[in-house]
Design a binder for this molecule. Structure first.
Ligand code: ADP
Length: 411
């Protein structure tokens, strides 16, 4: 079965083609490498985009595209599947199924679902909650219909779905009750990654996921934690939007809402200016003035930059504090998982976080931690908590969901 995955961001469009053999189980266990990967980046030039393609056979393509729309970009990207150097299939009819990452499924979707006109309408309606991402996801779905035809089965895999079992105490904000009636509640994000990492962690430690109490730390440009019990997310740090919770690359995470009232009273702030301030000019970037990239923060610290050190310290302080909150929700901890760019690669961040939980008997193996080994246990044998690095694979997780639904005959 050939499964195409589309992962649309605000300024990029990533895509992969997976080939799964018919005799695999309902839930293929080990991650499979895609046979074709492509990415379009719209960030560089106005009206133009950069397309990069690579195949598992080592073929590569880099091309500048001049584009009027996302649909035109997706169309050109897909052509490289069955044309030219990077061709991996004879024609488009070979694609069996298309999976999409959809950021916001609201209260409507607790599971991945086959895309119908009603599902598209709901994703569109939920754009008020995710004004950047859901419209991009919808454009991706429609672009596929245009290129592969309306009959191609498409599946939406929601970033919010894994958190749909949060208990009310965790998802209700302590504002007026009307908020809840208006859909203003915690939804949580990065769910595809948290769920994948929890499943992969259970495989690595050789236990049933349902028997584990886990905290997964997704630390990328965006950062969030999930507390997972009985295989379900029971608490998480992102909220109504992906701005809540931990300090991130350029996002503030939680700040006293009184600060916003103060700013609105003091200056000429508009919603767009506040949005920019909190989403783009805060976090590591805002505090350090150096970068939103943890690599550059670590480099600046090594060069003696005080503000970079302060940004690192605030980042770690908040990470520890929220991890403590997740532990309280779980009532204990068997396995701690680090994932995404910072989680997988920054030994200093992992060491600083874990140090605070030494009183629980959590012990990192300093040598293993320094090597940042993917999909491995980096705790000492006598540690009371297993500490894992898991390489997150959202696209693979989306392909697995498509596979699962196909096996259930839903497509
Ligand atoms: P996204 O959240 O956009 O998917 P990633 O998960 O790829 O992003 O994480 C990107 C971040 O990972 C970068 O901004 C950088 O801060 C961090 N990162 C990547 N490699 C390293 C490294 N070797 N050391 C520290 N941080 C790293």
């Amino acid at each position: 079965m050939k499964i195409l995955v589309l992962n649309a961001g605000s300024s990029s469009q990533k895509s992969c083609l997976y080939e799964l053999k018919g005799d695999e189980p309902t839930q293929p266990l080990e991650p499979v490498e895609p046979v074709w990967e492509a990415q379009i980046d719209w960030t560089h030039h106005q009206g133009a985009a950069e397309l990069k393609v690579k195949t598992s056979q080592g073929k590569q393509l880099e091309q500048e595209l001049s584009l009027e729309s996302r649909a035109a970009g997706v169309s050109q990207m897909l052509q490289t599947l069955w044309h030219g150097e990077t061709q991996v299939i004879a024609d488009q009819a070979e694609i069996d199924l298309v999976g999409h990452r959809v950021v916001h499924g609201g209260q409507d979707y607790q599971q991945s679902t086959l895309i119908t006109p009603e599902v598209k309408a709901t994703i569109d309606r939920l754009s008020v909650f995710a004004p950047v991402h859901n419209p991009a996801n919808l454009e991706g779905i429609e672009a596929i219909e245009q290129v592969l035809g309306p009959e191609i089965p498409q599946v939406a895999v929601f970033d919010t779905a894994f958190h749909s079992n949060l208990p009310p105490a965790a998802f209700v904000y302590p504002g007026p009750y009307e908020w809840l009636e208006q859909g203003i509640r915690r939804y949580g994000f990065h769910g595809i990654s948290h769920q994948y990492c929890a499943q992969r962690a259970a495989q690595i430690v050789g236990r049933e996921l349902e028997d584990l109490r886990l905290v997964t730390c997704h630390l990328g440009n965006g950062c969030s934690l999930a507390a997972i019990r009985d295989g379900k997310s029971i608490d998480t740090t992102m909220g109504f939007t992906p701005l809540d919770g931990l300090m991130m690359g350029s996002r503030s995470g939680s700040v006293d809402p009184g600060i916003l009232i103060h700013l609105l009273r003091q200056g000429d702030y508009t919603p767009d200016k506040l949005d920019h301030l909190l989403n783009r000019a805060s976090g590591l970037q805002g505090v350090s003035g150096v970068s939103s990239d943890m690599r550059q923060i670590q480099q600046a610290i090594a060069e003696g930059n005080g503000r970079a050190q302060l940004a690192f310290d605030v980042y770690v302080h908040r990470l520890r504090a929220y991890l403590g909150a997740m532990l309280a929700s779980l009532g204990g901890l068997d396995t701690l998982v680090f994932t995404a760019g910072v989680g997988e690669n920054s030994a200093p961040v992992r060491a600083a976080v874990c140090e605070a939980f030494a009183f629980l008997g959590l012990k990192l193996d300093a040598e293993k931690n320094a090597q940042s080994p993917a999909d491995q246990d980096i705790a000492t044998p006598d540690s009371s908590v297993r500490v894992l690095i898991v390489h997150t694979q959202e696209d693979w997780a989306i392909a697995q969901e498509c596979w699962r639904l196909a096996k259930q005959g839903l497509t």
